[in-house]
Design a protein. Structure first.
Length: 251
């Protein structure tokens, strides 16, 4: 990630409700500052805001709230997706304004900390664009996999897909940012999940997955080797297919 100055072209951009990018950015900054701490622009999509981007989807910046005091994690949020409504028009509530957030531990190792930040930044930015390009459905427990036989989505991890959940680390008022005109922006976290959690969700339903992840204490904090939530104790029993696959993988 690089610290770059935001080009002035963005100030002309407006949402369908009339907010300029400047106005929306300031409300966004205040929302993060109230709930977590003062954010910094870690990546500015200058080409996107200037209508010169070769990437599909809207221009998307990445904002980071660095560790402060006893909070030893950084909070990473997309900014730009909410300029237009996105998501699945057939889902309850239709299209909505969304941004995406993840958290990463910062342990004082400069190289490792930067790698973690980049991992989170790339993930939230990817989904901030994807909900517009493919009308991805966003709701608690909804999953996204990128192939029929999914491979690990993050380096050094067995997690092969993502499940959406509401952010849990900030204060309760964080998950929906209310705008002055009465509209709102919903925050979602694309949490990496294991193959057995993906299989169990397909067998038992997304509501069971969402409840199991919450019961297992899963949050938006990226945790590459966390225990799986596909356990009887969490109400999301592993499928027999998953057990057989795991048996042959270990042989």
């Amino acid at each position: 990630m690089t610290n770059t100055r935001i080009m002035q072209d963005i100030w002309g951009r407006r949402t369908e409700s009339g907010h300029s990018a400047e106005e929306l950015r300031e409300e966004f900054r205040l929302h993060l500052a109230r709930n977590l701490g003062e954010p910094h622009t870690a990546f500015s999509d200058q080409d996107g805001w200037a209508n010169k981007s070769k990437e599909p989807g809207p221009p998307v910046d990445v904002m980071v709230v660095p560790p402060e005091g006893e909070r030893r994690f950084a909070y990473v949020c997309s900014f730009g997706s909410a300029m237009r409504k996105g998501g699945d028009p057939m889902s309850p509530g239709g299209k909505t304004r969304m941004e995406f957030a993840l958290a990463v531990q910062q342990k004082g190792d400069a190289a490792a900390d930067l790698a973690s930040l980049n991992m989170a930044a790339n993930t939230v930015r990817q989904f901030a664009k994807l909900v517009h390009i493919q009308s991805v459905r966003v709701g608690s427990g909804e999953t996204v996999q990128f192939s029929q036989d999914p491979k690990p989505v993050l380096e050094n991890s067995r997690q092969v897909a993502f499940a959406f959940m509401r952010p849990r680390l900030p204060a309760d008022g964080f998950i929906r940012m209310r705008l002055e005109d009465g509209e709102g922006i919903d925050f979602w976290s694309p949490v990496p999940i294991y193959r057995e959690e993906l299989d169990a969700a397909a067998a038992h339903g997304i509501d069971r997955l969402a409840k199991a992840l919450e019961k297992a204490g899963v949050t938006e904090m990226i945790h590459l080797d966390r225990p799986t939530a596909a356990r009887k104790a969490y109400g999301l029993r592993r499928t027999w297919v998953s057990r057989i696959r795991d048996f042959f993988r270990r042989r």
